[in-house]
Design a protein around this ligand. Structure first.
Ligand code: PEP
Ligand code: MG
Length: 363
């Protein structure tokens, strides 16, 4: 495990005494979570659960779930995934030992889960005991021209509430188990992605709350938890006062917020953005350093409106900008409570947060 010691460790200690904002990490694997902790992360700010389903039997079960044409079929596939998902979360909670862990409900563009080759279609068809031609038809019917603006995030949880219910159950059952094994309280933060409408969050939160009631009854134990949302669409920032009536925390997803504010694809942008920089049209790549005048203004609006509706609402950032020093200074100015970044950027974020606090104190 990497560790920070010696003179560098001492500088980090000074930084920690100076900074106001907490620093968390984006992590979903045990290796990343351990690395994050050894670098001083004070929690997980984003566990991207879709990354937990891309391999082996999990991707087959996920494909069965998406391609099933009825609820019973979906539930059967999810029953296979529940124990795996539960043990994923137990491990993360144990590693983080009482530190906050924000788990985001599934947010893949749907196409990433669809079978692509004939071989994959045959594999899923066999698992589902259906005809491969029928399954190919269903796969084709789910194809989207713009998947990143399509059936993803909370939209999936609304089309297939059983997925959100399975994940909520896995989270709550894991919280009970990890609280027992570590003796430390586990208070999960469940995050709903790509919310643009308050009613979307109402719908998903109602499912999460119902599962919480069931699990608490079954385990005869009280679980404290929060349900919050990503703010990663301009509409969410503009409607943050209304969304904050439901959301108990906000995490600014500045990757998608940059994509949707500029209308520039985050996956394809780099070549022409480079030429924009060379030609002096922009100074910095907005996917690296937050565009303070535009995207940043939406973050500010979202933070202000969120706090107005729910004083003390917990505010963080988990887009790539959470590990970028200049953007971290902006987060301090807006008064976010924490930044969350990739594990290897945690030390940089600790230093940048300290510099930002020192600057604010001296202003
Ligand atoms: C974001 O959009 O900023 C974010 C953190 O979510 P993801 O990168 O997983 O879309
Ligand atoms: Mg996002």
């Amino acid at each position: 495990q990497p560790e920070l010691s010696g003179d560098f460790g001492r500088i980090m200690e000074w930084a920690d005494k100076t900074r106001r904002m907490k620093v968390r990490a984006n992590a979903e694997t045990p290796v990343d979570a351990r690395t994050a902790r050894s670098f001083g992360a004070e929690g997980i700010g984003l566990c991207r659960t879709e990354h937990m389903f891309f391999e082996g039997e999990r991707i087959v079960a996920m494909r069965e779930m998406i391609l099933a044409d009825n609820e019973k079929g979906r539930r059967a596939a999810l029953d296979k995934l529940l124990p795996m998902q539960r043990s994923d979360f137990v491990e993360l909670f144990e590693i983080m030992h009482g530190l906050p862990v924000t788990i985001r409900l599934l947010d893949p563009p749907l196409h990433e889960f669809l079978p692509k080759t004939e071989e994959e279609i045959a594999e899923v068809a066999a698992a589902m005991n259906v005809d491969a031609d029928k399954l190919r038809e269903r796969t084709d019917s789910l194809h989207e021209t713009n998947p990143m603006l399509g059936h993803r995030g909370c939209r999936l949880a609304i089309s297939y509430p059983e997925i959100a219910e399975m994940q909520a159950r896995a989270i709550f059952e894991a919280a009970v188990e990890a609280a027992k094994s570590t003796g430390a309280p586990v208070e999960p933060e469940i995050m709903v992605p790509l919310v643009g409408l308050r009613a979307e969050l109402d719908f998903v939160k109602a499912r999460i709350d119902a599962i919480a009631v069931d699990v608490m009854k079954e385990a005869d134990i009280k679980i404290n938890y929060l349900v919050g949302t990503m703010i990663e669409l301009p509409r969410a920032a503009i409607r943050a006062h209304s969304i904050a009536e439901v959301a108990e925390f906000f995490s600014f997803g500045t990757n998608d917020l940059t994509q949707t504010t500029f209308g520039i694809s985050r996956d394809d942008a780099s070549s022409f953005l480079m030429s924009y920089q060379v030609k002096g049209i922009i100074e910095q790549d907005p996917f690296v350093t937050i565009d303070i005048d535009g995207v940043g203004e939406l973050v500010r609006i979202g933070a202000d409106k969120g706090r107005a509706a729910r004083p003390g609402i917990k505010l963080g950032i988990c887009g790539e900008h959470g590990g970028d020093p200049a953007s971290i200074h902006f987060c301090e100015e807006v008064g976010l409570d924490y930044v969350s970044c990739s594990p290897f950027r945690v030390p940089i974020a600790r230093l940048a947060a300290a510099q930002a606090s020192a600057k604010a104190k001296n202003a």
